[in-house]
Design a protein around this ligand. Structure first.
Ligand code: PEP
Ligand code: MN
Length: 489
């Protein structure tokens, strides 16, 4: 996303086991807070760099974003940091979920309500199953920028091959395969900010007031309990859990108004991939009576698998902010490199600030996760281990649809729990791509979506999401799995 990347300075980090370059010997290296500024990232390489043609329009958009109020506050970010620190100690569990690519058009009341509803319901299943508080983090109000494997896309239109920039999400360009639509437009950053603000406004209002009925499992759609494909055993255990949950909630409500109030006034945090550094940095500032800089577009930005280069623009930017920062870690990550990444992003090893989101895939997780866990654990920086069981399990159907299977998703979670158990660490959270709508994008689950069903209601702009029933079912499965694991500890 940088407008310019000056690669003349070959900065390499000082982490153990990493080569140190000549320009690194004195003061110039990652991890030195002296060298950081809100735009120091622009001198580094950004592998997902968007080239804007109109410099004046970029300047205008950035100036506007700098002048606008923050989307979130530093005290909310501090609150989340404290909660993540507790989750690192095993006292809380983090649930993160939402669209792969949020669209500006998704800023509609029913969409926002449905997303909150499924996340809240999943969190209650987990609270009950794990007997610990759940930190709810939505992938929304800013999940508008998407990394792409290829920077351009070629299609044959009217017999002619045409190459245009890929679709990088609504923060950057539009999806339609037309030259004017695919041209990156800086003003979309301002539109993204506005839609994030409108989304957040409604989320905050719902959380402050009218959300109570979602606590009643009698309003939940549990019809998948009756699906023929569900084993008798699984059905009995889901019914038992939802029955227990209903009576626990009724019991708490009967205790009096104060508790009802506490139950309905839940915390909700936002997150998105911090891909577009122009957008992130223009809302990054110092606030009165606090040290350091806060990225005020979201509570917890994360660095994606394609942009976590130690010497890259994203690590440079995110090492300088106070927010908790997530990093996606895929099967090709080297344990030494991940340890170095964690140290670079959090040199003082402060609790609550480092979140590693492993996305290995059901097949690779058993060999790839453990060496990383052990190496990072030895580094001594407190880390919250989150599992994203979506991105390593994407496959294409013969007709070219991207999909994921509920069984693979569950298998990756289950194996991850085993590996943590073996290493003496613990799974502290999960990261799902999901929607509250009844889409047919992932296969499997009790409701039995098959590959043939995918055409019925496939509306994701990019990756396939779990639908309402699949999401809730995975929450039940995970709660049961973690409860059994804890019971056997
Ligand atoms: C995503 O979360 O949508 C994504 C692109 O993930 P990753 O960076 O893990 O591939
Ligand atoms: Mn995705």
């Amino acid at each position: 996303m940088a407008q310019s990347a000056d690669h003349g300075n070959d900065y390499t980090t000082h982490c153990k086991g990493r080569p140190v370059t000549s320009s690194d010997q004195n003061t110039h290296h990652n991890g030195d807070p002296q060298d950081w500024s809100v735009d120091s990232w622009s001198r580094k390489l950004d592998p997902q760099q968007v080239v804007y043609q109109n410099r004046a329009a970029v300047e205008k958009a950035v100036t506007k974003l700098r002048s606008l109020p923050p989307l979130v506050t530093s005290w909310e970010i501090q609150n989340l940091t404290e909660q993540i620190a507790e989750a690192q100690d095993g006292k809380r569990f983090l649930l993160q979920g939402g669209d792969c690519a949020e669209r500006l058009d998704d800023c509609r009341p029913e969409n926002i309500t449905n997303r909150l509803k499924i996340l809240l319901q999943m969190s209650l299943v987990l609270v009950h199953g794990l007997q610990k508080p759940v930190i709810r983090v939505g992938r929304f109000a800013g999940q508008y920028a998407k990394p792409r494997s290829s920077l351009t896309e070629t299609r044959t239109v009217d017999g002619k091959e045409i190459t245009l920039p890929s679709y990088f999400g609504d923060l950057v360009n539009a999806e339609n395969f037309e030259p004017t639509q695919r041209e990156p437009d800086p003003h979309l950053m301002v539109r993204g900010y506005q839609h994030a603000a409108m989304t957040l406004n409604f989320v905050r209002a719902l959380i402050d007031g009218g959300f109570a009925d979602l606590h009643h499992p009698e309003y939940w759609d549990l019809s998948f309990f009756g699906a023929a494909s569900l084993s008798e055993d699984a059905r009995r255990s889901y019914e038992e859990m939802s029955g227990e949950l209903a009576s626990a909630l009724r019991f708490m409500e009967n205790l009096g108004e104060k508790t009802v109030d506490d139950l309905t006034r839940v915390d909700f945090f936002t997150s998105h991939e911090g891909l577009n550094l122009l957008y992130e940095s223009s809302q990054t500032r110092q606030v009165p009576r606090r040290e350091g800089f806060y990225d005020l577009t979201t509570h917890m930005p994360w660095i994606g698998e394609r942009t976590r280069d130690l010497d890259g623009a994203h690590v440079e930017f995110f090492r300088g902010i106070r927010n908790p920062v997530g990093v996606k870690v895929g099967p090709n990550a080297d344990p030494e490199e991940v340890a170095c990444l964690v140290r670079t992003l959090n040199p003082a090893g402060e609790p609550g600030r480092s979140v590693l989101i492993a996305r290995m895939g059901a097949r690779e997780v058993s060999s790839k996760l453990e060496p990383i866990l052990r190496r990072v654990d030895a580094e001594g920086v407190p880390v919250l281990w989150v599992c994203d069981p979506m991105h390593g399990n994407t496959r294409s159907t013969p007709s070219g649809r991207k999909t994921r299977d509920v069984q693979d998703i569950y298998d990756e979670l289950s194996t991850t729990i085993d590996i943590h158990h073996r290493c003496g660490t613990h799974l502290g959270g999960v990261h799902f791509e999901l929607t509250g709508e009844d889409v047919t994008e992932c296969t499997g689950g009790a409701s039995g979506v098959t590959e043939n069903d995918l055409e019925h209601n496939y509306s994701s702009a990019l990756d396939p999401r779990l639908n309402y029933a699949q999401s809730l079912e995975l929450a039940f499965l995970l709660a049961k799995r973690l409860r059994n694991q804890n019971g056997s500890n």
